[in-house]
Design a protein around this ligand. Structure first.
Ligand code: 5GP
Ligand code: MN
Length: 321
């Protein structure tokens, strides 16, 4: 287990006076829930806390306490002594927040990605854990902080989203026990799951139609692929964050072992990779300078949409064996 790393993390949390918590680009439920839950815990400890994210916090998470406290990189006051990268698999995933991390006197990483190279001074990384929120829960419990309903709601949100609502292969009994404790402390699992999975803006429905229309299958249906053009985002009004999870639509089809969804963005082609266990995709993401989890990973390619699709297709095809 990671007790030594956790202890070093706790010591730094206790020692710090002023902290900057950093979420990753294209923020999801886990990086947001982890940062917001940790923020509330540190505020309870009497610390000064700022939070930053290079990316828009989806409207669906507006029920999380502190969602409106996120700053953009240029709004951050430079008086913090400790920066904490939360659920950030590699430094580049901080986007414009990276210089703010690098300039901190103490740099801390809390993460669960298998590919994390441990780029902090204090690194609490539990590789293969299903969600970063699990570490935040364990940290809050170990620090003897009073677990409030607001904290529990943030943490259960990330635990839910990164486990596919307790369905993915990495989901473990500790996640289920922690979820039970979070519910005991006031987190409303029905409300959270409605906001996360059973309600979506019409623009995402429009994008879903496009995704199904564009979906194609290769290698006897073992690879499912979707290439989204910039104009698809313009015509639907869907933000990049709002397409989170759409890659799974291709993975959920019988016979599919690998799925990828490409999004054409200003700064390159964002690649979302998924596999059905025991197949893996983090090796493919690493090959292209990205990273992630065994069955959910990503990278950005600086090519055309068509070239990116060929590169990813060939890499996945090579894995079919
Ligand atoms: P998604 O496909 O949902 O954007 O990302 C899946 C997982 O891979 C997430 O845990 C995310 O943090 C990680 N990931 C996605 N893109 C990149 C990337 O470009 N670099 C690294 N290191 N990790 C990534
Ligand atoms: Mn995560």
């Amino acid at each position: 287990m990671d007790y030594e790393e956790m202890r070093a993390w706790m010591e730094q949390m206790r020692k710090a006076n002023s902290l900057l918590l950093i979420s990753h680009v294209s923020p999801d439920g886990d990086t947001i829930g982890s940062v917001l839950g940790l923020r509330l815990a540190l505020l309870q400890m009497g610390k000064k806390v700022q939070i930053v994210c290079d990316g828009t916090i989806p409207d669906s998470m507006d029920y999380l306490s502190g969602h409106d406290a996120y700053l953009t990189a240029d709004q951050v006051e430079l008086d913090y002594d400790t920066a904490v990268a939360v659920d950030v698999s590699s430094p580049e995933m901080m986007g414009e927040s990276l210089p703010l991390f690098e300039r901190a006197e103490h740099r801390v990483v809390v993460d669960h990605h298998a590919t994390n190279p441990a780029y902090g001074e204090v690194n609490w990384i539990r590789r293969g854990e299903s969600a970063c929120c699990q570490l935040i829960y364990d940290g809050i419990r170990a620090l003897d902080i009073e677990l409030t309903k607001e904290m529990a709601t943030c943490i259960l949100t990330g635990l839910s989203t990164d486990t596919g609502h307790f369905q993915y292969a990495a989901t473990n009994y500790h996640n289920m026990e922690s979820a039970a404790d979070l519910v005991r402390h006031g987190a409303d699992i029905s409300y959270i799951s409605r906001r996360m999975y059973r309600s979506q803006p019409m623009r995402r429905v429009e994008m879903t139609k496009i995704v199904y229309r564009k979906m194609h299958f290769e290698c006897d249906g073992q690879i499912g692929a979707v290439e989204l053009e910039k104009k698809n985002f313009d015509e639907t009004g869907c933000s990049f964050g709002e397409t989170d999870g759409l890659v799974n639509l291709a993975l959920e089809i019988e016979g599919v072992r690998f799925a990828y969804l490409l999004s054409e963005r200003e700064n390159g082609i964002k690649v979302s990779l998924r596999a059905v266990e025991p197949d893996t995709v983090n090796d493919v993401a690493l090959q292209f300078g990205g990273g992630g989890h065994a069955q959910a990973a990503g990278c950005t390619l600086h090519t055309t949409l068509e070239e990116a699709s060929t590169l990813i297709f060939n890499a996945l095809k090579a894995k079919l064996g």
